[in-house]
Design a protein around this ligand. Sequence first.
Ligand code: C5P
Length: 422
Amino acid sequence: MSFNLSVISNKNIVLAVTGGIAAYKSAILVRRLKDAGFNVRVVMTQGAQAFITPLTFQALSGNPVHTELLNPEAEAGMGHIELARWADLLLVAPASCDILAKFAAGLADDLLSTLYLATPCPVWVVPAMNQQMWAAKATQRNLNTLVEDGVHVIMPDAGSQACGDVGLGRMPEPEDLAVQVTQYFHQAQRAIAEKFGLLADKHVVITAGPTREAMDPVRYISNHSTGKMGFALAAACYAAGAKVTLIAGPVSLDTPNGVHRINVSSAIKMLESSMQMLDDGCDIFIATAAVADYRVAEVAEHKIKKSGDELNVTLIKNPDIVATIAQQQKRPFMVGFAAETRNVEQYAAGKLVAKKLDMIACNDVSRSDIGFASDENAMTVFFAERYHMEKRDLDKASKQEIAQQLVDAIHDALNHALAPTL
Ligand code: C5P
């Protein structure tokens, strides 16, 4: 498996600039971060705008600059909560005494202090100020609080200051800061690569989306599955170094990068493609598809004409794809999904046994905030008894994050002493 660690892509930095003479250095910092491949959005406090104009940062970052919390126009673009979610890193440079005090106290009376409280991403502060203000007990007390709260503090450099003093308080050079930020993301990427490296050389086959069961040449029976979970898993498995085949029912999603996609319509076709994959050598089979339980017994050759008040259609049971694959002699590591509206865990555990699965991920679709069309999910994962592994609760998160955790669970089970050798 090879991961390209030299370029940072798809990572978002919110660079927050506060009031201090070092604000001019932040303009160069934007350039350096952009050079390293980051997407950058700039937030400015009122104080910062006394030193440098938003227009400068807009031109350098290529994005509108965020300055106000309660401006309806600004909020109509990317609101503060959206911005808080967008960020992979909140980098406050320069960070004034004032903003450190606000962060430490948990105030939320402007855009930046609110953003700080609203973002789930890591926060780095780069204090820059007069050496006396840096040494002040209150400043040091606030910094200690921030460190305890998990904020990463980049220490200021010593030297001559704009105010004429000499001492600690200078903002490090933008080039050095950009290198530190880049290294941080590289390390995080490397950790992920190391963690998920064991899916390298594995062929993962994933079924996703709904199936469509034809009634006649123009009508069909189907369901509301969007395929998002399966597609997120395909992307996560590929990122974990696996070769991935995605057998997809009709969905309107783009094929994840690097994934081989086979489009199918009916359950029978989905089963046919899945069986073929066994011949091609499949190590892990993940069934996320919402396969129609029944299909029309006799598909009409021509469009069924409107006639009486009633139309009776006979439905017959579709094959259970995941259970069929699990019965094969050369069976892969089998992962099933269960969407239930009640007795979630009990039914899921039952399916694990009945379908002879190695692992099952179940979710409660009676919850309106997760599941089917949602971008988020929450799941409980069970492992077959022979693994002697504890069930895992995956808290509500984006389907991408849940997919990562499922890859983690598959990886752990595969490396469990009792797992079959693939
Ligand atoms: O019993 P239920 O249909 O709810 O089981 C869900 C699990 O079984 C999912 O992993 C689903 O993809 C799989 N399944 C299947 N073929 C079917 C029905 C369900 O592979 N015909």
